[in-house]
Design a protein around this ligand. Structure first.
Ligand code: ARG
Length: 561
């Protein structure tokens, strides 16, 4: 039951000046429930009607059929609509209980959305930035599916480039197989750093590195075998983290995958007449777009990050025929994606408009930026492990007899980190403090999980009875805030997709959890009276929507904690 639709219909009949879609877009949801459930601002008609908005509002109200509403009244320049709470609340609950996918829509018409996400670099640790990309990308995949699209999650691994020539050269000089096997990423990083240091004294090293990369590009057997091995070992470590997060991918086609697709890109750029020579290198000039020149081929013929991204974009369009192509990558690569889109456009690909750089801000710790170079790097694995132990301590304190403590501690600990990341508007930088993230009170994931567990335990206490969907009337006005929030879930899912903003779902879940807790604290939900069934229906609905909100964020919803 979409009440906004009915409000639009009513208004459309008496406002010939505006079409239904415009009316729909002007309708507001008042923050203060004393101003009703929907409001139409009459100043939108002041010009056309040459009248004061207050007068227009009064006239509209006079023309409207009040049937089905508690009341419709003019307050200043607004027409305020008050739903019949009992009637509307009953319909909201019925909607939720009869629809396991409540909140979803089919707007996407099954179109493919490719989501470039996570994409860490081989032979380097996965950073907090990659974690952000992983969890934001995963949530956007779920949100896209809830809006009727088919997501394709692509891990564009950083597994190609001159650095691999250096790494091979370093390994040939100082490497030990056993050492790499024991601790792959740290060991490879160590070789790489040593290579850089010694190259300062001995420039021969750089030549050697370039030589190995050339061999790799030409398919040399030894170079390829080493590269494959480094890639495998690194991927194993990344997989451990994906397993903890319970996130999977549809493709691991990283930069190397496009190696044999580069010549075509260069040909296409030439055909489009936009490839220029500059000091021996091949570039595309983007000055007319206000962007820097983009290098496509180095003097030595090697391709670049951009070349591989061009090949990837074209491949994805051919392979998946996407209707949207998202790149969940930190804000520092803004210009790279502007260039990527601009070049594709110049190549004549109109679908470049469907590419979106879904950027995000930095995570700081105690206000300071993290970077590998400054040594301020926190290892993801450690963050997640610490978070799980913190969750475990709190569970031990709150619910010492809980049966599956380890599992719940895992779901709460990991969920806390993921929720915290997604709760912040993605473009904002934020500070990370584990203690705050895992609290059971305040704006945290565990708080939402706890509200859901509380709802579940109420249902269990009542004996998990079958809900009678024909008796959903609750006369207690205290439930209205909860019911109304529940009814806003479909629109929340739409907005989260429109803005590529999981935080909209996270904030909604916090709000619903808080509102439900308030109701819970002030009412006798389990009292045996005529409306018990309806109240249990409400509790079931709250749990269904909280669980689904958390699922859209990639956070588990334990039934007990
Ligand atoms: N590997 C890159 C990095 O860590 C991110 C890749 C993003 N995706 C892309 N198609 N460029 O910075």
């Amino acid at each position: 039951m979409d009440y906004k639709e009915s409000v639009v219909k009513l208004l459309d009949a008496v406002i010939p000046e505006l079409d239904a879609a415009t009316i729909q877009s002007k309708i507001e949801i008042p923050k203060d429930s004393g101003k009703g459930d929907f409001a139409f601002p009459a100043f939108n008609l002041a010009k056309e009607r040459h009248q004061a908005p207050n007068q227009i509002a009064i006239e509209i109200v006079e023309q409207l059929d009040q049937n089905g509403f508690e009341k419709i009244e003019a307050t200043g320049p607004y027409v305020n609509f008050f739903l019949d709470k009992t009637e509307a609340g009953k319909n909201f609950l019925n909607d939720i209980l009869t629809n396991a996918d409540y909140g979803h829509n089919t707007d996407g018409e099954a179109g493919h959305v490719t989501i470039d996400m996570s994409s860490p670099n081989i032979a380097k640790p996965m950073s907090m930035g990659h974690l952000r990309s992983t969890v934001i990308g995963n949530s956007l995949a779920e949100i896209s599916a809830a809006n009727g699209y088919q997501p394709v999650k692509i891990n564009h691994l950083g597994d190609w480039g001159t650095q691999f020539g250096k790494l091979i050269s370093a390994y040939k000089r100082w490497g030990s197989e056993a050492e790499v096997k024991a601790d792959p990423i740290n060991t490879l990083v160590k070789y790489y750093i040593r290579f850089h240091e010694e190259a300062k004294e001995n420039p021969e090293l750089d030549d050697e590195g370039r030589h190995w990369f050339k061999k790799l590009e030409d398919g040399d057997e030894e170079a390829t075998a080493l590269w494959k091995w480094f890639r495998e070992e690194s991927l194993q470590e990344f997989m451990n983290i994906y397993k903890v997060l319970d996130i999977d991918f549809d493709s691991f086609n990283g930069e190397a995958f496009y190696n044999d697709k580069m010549d075509e890109v260069v040909d296409l750029l030439e055909e489009a007449g936009i490839l220029e020579e500059s000091q021996g290198a091949e570039v595309v000039d983007l000055e007319d777009e206000g962007l820097n020149v983009a290098m496509i081929k180095r003097t030595d013929g090697a391709t670049l990050y951009m070349t591989r991204d061009l090949a990837a974009a074209i491949y994805r369009k051919r392979q998946y025929n996407f209707v949207k192509s998202l790149y969940v990558v930190g804000g520092e690569q803004r210009e790279h994606f502007q260039q990527l889109k601009a070049i594709l456009k110049k190549m004549g690909y109109d679908w470049s408009d469907d590419i979106e750089h879904v950027a995000f801000g930095l995570i700081t710790v105690d206000g300071k930026k993290l970077s590998t170079r400054s040594g301020r790097i926190i290892l993801l694995k450690d963050v997640l492990d610490d978070s799980i132990s913190l969750a475990r301590e709190q569970i031990e304190e709150k619910n010492p007899t809980l049966a599956n403590k380890d599992e719940v501690a895992y779901e709460v600990g990991v969920g806390a980190v993921v929720f915290h990341d997604l709760m912040n508007e993605r473009l904002k930088n934020f500070d990370f403090n584990l203690e705050e993230v895992v609290r059971f009170e305040g704006d945290t994931g565990p708080y939402v999980q706890y509200a859901n567990a509380r709802a579940q335990s109420l249902l269990a206490k009542a004996g998990n009875p079958e809900i009678d969907k024909t008796a959903l009337t609750i006369t207690d006005d205290a439930v209205w805030e909860v019911e109304k929030l529940l009814s806003e879930f479909p629109n929340t899912i739409r907005r989260a997709w429109r803005e590529f903003e999981p935080s909209i779902i996270a904030k909604y879940a916090l709000n619903l959890a808080r509102t439900f807790n308030k109701y819970y604290a002030n009412s006798k939900i389990l009292e045996e009276d005529a409306e018990l069934n309806a109240r249990l229906a409400l509790v079931t609905s709250v749990s269904q929507v909280l669980t689904e909100s958390l699922r859209l964020l990639g956070v588990k919803a334990p039934k007990e904690m």
